[in-house]
Design a protein around this ligand. Structure first.
Ligand code: BT5
Length: 315
């Protein structure tokens, strides 16, 4: 687990962040932080090694993409106290679970630049190198456990809306919770919940969004924003806009509204699908999603099947 955990390192990044991309000389940094220029150089070297994009030049040090930074102090003040940022961790789901159990507030966000054990559903591997947006949102509002699926639909809806709004991309949601762009997987969602009686004690929603990295030949069915736009985009505005939209969506968990909005953006309803569960395979036309989040499929014999979970393939 790596975060910008030294006081001096954090202050160094803060000073560079405040310079908004301009170079700050080693001398100035040394004055501001009250440490030697050699110490500054050592901190910069270690931050670069941990993956932070810092440019060194004769003029000093600069952060070329300040809007891409995800450290707490870079966020709008309303978010700052709830952001937990790691340069590297095993999985934000693991960190979020510890944090949720140890009193992290509602709408805390755990972010990692790089996950060494990022995971998908059913313990599948989620490839999460630097450049993507890998985060988990901790929810602690009084939600009946049986409504937890609504939060997932609200999250995929919010992310798809955010990306369409920011980049004009035609993002489609795939049942249950993937985001597709040009028919390929742009983002995946994963949720974990602990219950206390009928209520969720916490719900952690993990989101993996491919942004400035290309998933590569190992993931032929995947795509990233840089693949689609041919340019890098800053990640913090994406996360801030998503959090704003998501907070708005879950303020009142109205199943009819959330699912109706989700359905306007889905690529699943109305098409032939195959759903694989651990027990069996369903095939047919996807007709609808009901208020429990289940997918209704009409099979070849004309029977309507209700599928509660599974891996969905558009065929
Ligand atoms: C998901 O699982 O789609 C949920 C992914 C959730 C990832 C986030 S990142 C932040 C948080 N911390 C974590 O450790 N996880 C969450 P699933 O539907 O099971 O899809 C997994 C499958 O997607 C894999 O088997 C691969 O085929 C494929 N895959 C792996 N990495 C990918 C990537 N970066 N982009 C697109 N597809 C990928």
């Amino acid at each position: 687990m790596v975060n910008v955990n030294s006081y001096n390192k954090e202050n160094l990044v803060k000073v560079l962040f405040q310079a908004r991309g301009e170079a700050v000389s080693g001398m100035r940094l040394s004055d501001r932080l009250g440490i030697s220029r050699v110490a500054i150089w050592k901190h910069v070297t270690s931050l670069k090694k941990a993956g932070l994009d810092i440019i060194s030049s004769p003029k000093g040090y600069a952060l070329p993409n300040p809007d891409d930074l995800l450290m707490p102090f870079c966020f709008r003040s309303e978010f700052q106290d709830r952001i937990f940022h790691f340069l590297e961790t095993d999985s934000t789901m693991e960190q979020a679970r510890h944090l949720a159990r140890s009193g992290a507030p509602h709408l805390s966000v755990v972010i990692a630049e790089n996950q060494t054990q990022g995971r998908g559903r059913l313990r599948r591997k989620w490839t999460s190198p630097r450049g993507g947006l890998w985060f988990t949102v901790i929810l602690k509002q009084d939600i009946p456990a049986v409504w937890s699926h609504l939060v997932n639909f609200a999250a995929s809806l919010s992310l798809s809306r955010t990306l369409t709004h920011l980049f004009g991309l035609d993002i489609r949601v795939k049942w249950p919770n993937d985001l597709l762009l040009e028919g390929r997987k742009l983002a995946g969602l994963l949720s974990e919940m602990a219950t206390q009686g009928e209520l969720a004690e916490y719900i952690n929603i993990g989101i993996g969004l491919n942004v400035n990295q290309s998933p590569g030949p190992d993931e032929p069915g995947a795509i990233s924003i840089i693949d689609a736009l041919n340019r890098e985009v800053p990640r913090r505005p994406i996360l801030e806009a998503f959090l704003e939209e998501f907070q708005h969506q879950i303020r009142i968990l109205d199943a009819d509204r959330i699912l109706a909005d989700w359905k306007t953006r889905t690529a699943t309803i109305g098409r032939p699908v195959r759903i694989q569960t651990s027990e069996r395979t369903y095939e047919g036309e996807a007709l609808d999603v009901d208020n429990t989040g289940a997918l209704l499929i009409r099979d070849a014999a004309g029977n309507i099947q209700t599928v509660v979970y599974g891996d969905c393939f558009h065929v």
